[in-house]
Design a protein around this ligand. Structure first.
Ligand code: RNT
Ligand code: ZN
Length: 410
């Protein structure tokens, strides 16, 4: 008996079908963020990263051009098992001389990305970029009191809807378009309602533009605070959740966007009860929204558990969102995405009868069984998944070789 077969029988004794878990994991798509490869720089402006987010570290080898980023994505994706989708930001437009400002970008500025995705059989998700741009005025975009600024960003949102439709049409895979704005104040505002009213109006103006809802799923991401914007965030949790529900779009939770004791895993079932679909940015906040690489840690496992146990794999758009510049960026990408997948597999390898123990108030058995699962031979099932996906288990040598041959020459 090999290790997987042995693991399979141990899981069977625990009431778990490992084969079923492996085949379920194979069908899960993770939308992988392109911005880990270049520290959220993008190609359209020379502006520094703004919007209260920060990439720390200066590890060598960052991608500087579309070609370098595509090569790095290829290298990283080849070391990740499972289904992937490419998650792009508007600032990754490729102009080839024909420059356009954010409010005037068009599908052709993303043709190279479409060619890239199509050649690899992948869909594309999209994000308007409401930061790192001179039209971010006083840290405000869609909520700006300056009508010229607000209108500029509304036009950007509408332009992005068109590009999202183009992605869906070209790849044949629906596009998730996520709206996140950094708008907020460093210090105590005199008016908390006004900016939110303007944000609401701007979102209405964007989303009342006709678009094909079967091709584009618009999501709205909330946040608690950003660096330099500590006192007030326009797109707070209550705002975004209420707006999403009212407008019939999809709420997006980033697990770095809440107070440290608030857990996104606990929020998932509530949102599932009231939304057909929900969306996630999986990240690892360390004391703040630091966007550390996702680990195979308790909260990542708990998030996966809430998706799997509530039978919601088909209802949750799972995307990664982190940016670490202090380590090899390809390794950051691969490690984080694998950990999301590992957490999903870990959740899939749990028996269905745990809920019954809870309902029977048998908390003794529930504790014993849940603890036993933690030391079950999970690693052997994960290795089997990698083998079936024809992806190496130990990816570090591959990353070291790429670093030596490609990254170090940059
Ligand atoms: C910022 C949000 C947002 C960004 C990306 C780059 O706090 O998490 O999702 O990280 O859009
Ligand atoms: Zn996010």
């Amino acid at each position: 008996m090999n290790r997987y077969e042995e693991a399979r029988s141990i899981y069977a004794a625990l009431g778990v079908d490992a084969e079923k878990a492996l085949s379920a994991l194979k069908d899960v798509t993770v939308s992988v963020h392109c911005w880990q490869g270049d520290d959220v720089s993008g190609f359209d402006t020379a502006d520094a990263l703004s919007g209260g987010i920060q990439t720390t570290g200066n590890y060598p080898g960052k991608a500087r051009t579309p070609e370098e980023l595509m090569a790095d994505i290829d290298r990283a994706f080849s070391l990740m098992p499972g289904k992937k989708k490419l998650n792009l930001h508007a600032c990754y437009a490729i102009f080839d001389g024909d420059r356009a400002d954010r409010d005037a970008i068009r599908p052709e500025h993303f043709k190279k990305w479409v060619d890239f995705a199509k050649a690899r059989g992948m869909g594309i998700d999209f994000n308007p970029t409401f930061f790192s741009h001179p039209m971010v005025k006083d840290n405000l975009t869609l909520s700006s009191p300056d009508e010229a600024v607000r209108a500029f960003w509304v036009r950007h949102g509408i332009a992005c809807l068109k590009i999202s439709e183009y992605f869906a049409e070209e790849t044949g895979v629906p596009c998730v378009m996520n709206i996140w704005i950094p708008d907020g104040y460093k210090d105590i505002p005199a008016d908390r309602l006004g900016p939110r009213a303007r944000f609401k109006k701007s979102l209405d103006e964007i989303l009342d533009t006709p678009y094909d809802r079967s091709k584009v799923y618009v999501t709205l991401e909330s946040k608690v605070f950003g660096i330099g914007l500590e006192s007030y965030t326009v797109g707070s949790a209550e705002f975004c959740l209420s707006y999403s529900t009212k407008k019939g779009i999809t709420p997006l939770m980033d697990n770095g966007h809440y107070h440290p004791t608030e857990m996104v895993s606990d929020k998932i079932p509530s949102l599932l009860l009231f939304n057909e679909k929900i969306a996630l940015h999986v990240t690892r906040p360390v004391r703040w929204d630091s966007d550390h690489v996702v680990l195979f840690d308790d909260e990542t496992k708990e998030i996966a558990k809430e998706i799997v146990r509530n039978d919601a794999l088909g209802r949750v758009f799972i995307a990664t969102d982190y940016f670490d510049a202090s380590i090899n960026r390809i390794s950051a990408w691969v490690t984080g995405v694998r950990n999301v997948q590992k957490a999903l597999l870990f959740a899939l390898l749990q028996p269905a009868d745990l809920k019954e123990l809870q309902d029977a108030a048998d908390f003794t058995a529930l504790m014993v069984k849940q603890e036993a699962l933690k030391t079950a031979p999970f690693g052997d099932v994960w290795e089997e998944f990698l083998k079936r996906e024809q992806v190496v288990s130990d990816y570090l040598p591959e990353i070291r070789a790429y670093e030596k041959n490609v990254l170090s020459a940059r």
